[in-house]
Design a protein around this ligand. Structure first.
Ligand code: PEP
Ligand code: MN
Length: 337
């Protein structure tokens, strides 16, 4: 339920109302917009108390939130969420570009890649230290040594780091090195992990599960947001369909749909969405044209040496060309890069 507060309301009356909300067993979330203060009343069956809230003099209106997700909904917050990560604005008019290898392998490859994506204009460097692999026999990631190498790559390039955390037991260590915590597709509904990253104050990039509806995905984001962490980037990375000529199917529909239903930023990851090197660039451009707030692209200087996802890694020269093309499409839709 959203309580819109009258503009002349006194602080002591707002405090009394928030106490009442707590007494009834709900959690108040206060949001101070440019013009109005609104209070989100979050809990189960809160709509039953509409009359109680409306009986307060300072309450202009009490409107139930129809969607099952509340705080991340546009109903709760009209303006786009924009936040700063290491000097880079996320969710604003300027797009963000995250690039780097699927997984961290040698220092030499990592640093070559970091320098290349930096000089092409990327804003964040990515690389996996803990890898979610379908087979237990596949490379699982170099763990902490990879995190240390990522931190060194940050020192060399100045690019903030995005890296995946797969389990509640890894949150502390990943948080120590990363600038953005990635929650991967396979963990989109790992509710304990979502609660744990909701407690951190590092931004979270939440990938859509390959079989999750937009509603389920936004409910997953709600777990993080309701824990107090409001810096969330959604990432469309393709869903599973009957089609097998590509690895997954990039759900471009999801971009305008998600932007309609939530105030959170959304980026696209055509590398996993398509999974075939030659088809990634057009889908990155399509994502930007559809209104995404950024893209994530896997890049590797020597894809044959990559320990995961080499077949979908762009060579630095291809990434460089893609960045220029993204600039043109961005300009066509009134954005910058
Ligand atoms: C990744 O970003 O390398 C990754 C494993 O992505 P996803 O969770 O989307 O499969
Ligand atoms: Mn990958």
């Amino acid at each position: 339920m959203i309580l819109t507060i009258k503009s002349d309301a006194k602080k002591k009356d707002i405090d009394a109302l928030t106490e009442k909300i707590k007494d009834l067993g709900f959690t108040p979330h206060i949001s101070k917009g440019a013009v109005k203060v609104i209070i989100g009343v979050i809990g189960e069956n809160e709509h039953k108390y509409k009359d109680v809230f409306e009986s307060y003099d300072i309450v202009e209106s009490a409107t139930p939130i129809v969607k099952p997700y509340k705080l991340v909904s546009r109903e709760f917050k009209k303006e786009n969420t924009v936040f700063d990560v290491g000097g880079v604005k996320v969710g604003g008019n300027k797009l963000i570009v995250i690039a780097g290898p699927c997984s961290v392998d040698t220092k030499e490859n990592l640093f070559t890649c970091a320098r290349a994506v930096k000089s092409a204009g990327a804003h964040f460097f990515r690389g996996g230290a803990f890898k979610p692999r379908s087979s237990p026999y596949s490379f699982q990631g170099h763990g902490e040594s990879a995190l240390k190498n990522l931190a060194e790559a940050r020192k060399i390039t100045g690019l903030p780091i995005v890296t995946e955390v797969m389990d509640t037991r890894q949150v502390e260590i990943v948080e120590r090195y990363a600038d953005i915590l990635q929650v991967g597709a396979r963990n989109c509904q790992n509710f304990e992990l979502l609660k744990e990253v909701g407690q951190t104050r590092k931004p979270v990039m939440l990938k859509r599960g390959m079989a999750n509806t937009v509603e389920e995905w936004l409910m997953a984001a709600e777990y993080i947001y309701s824990g107090g962490n409001h810096q969330i980037i959604l990432c469309e990375r393709g869903v599973r369909t009957f089609e097998n000529s590509t690895r997954f199917t990039m759900d471009l529909n999801a971009i305008p749909v998600v932007k309609h239903y939530t105030h959170l930023p959304i980026i696209v990851d055509p590398s996993h969405g398509v999974g075939v090197r030659d088809f990634i660039a057009p889908m990155a451009l399509a994502g930007v044209a559809a209104g995404a707030d950024g893209v994530m692209i896997e890049v590797h200087p020597k894809p044959t040496e990559a320990l995961s996802d080499g077949m979908q890694a762009l060579l630095p020269v291809m990434f460089d060309k893609l960045m220029q093309d993204i600039g043109r499409v961005a300009a066509a839709v009134g954005r910058t890069i």
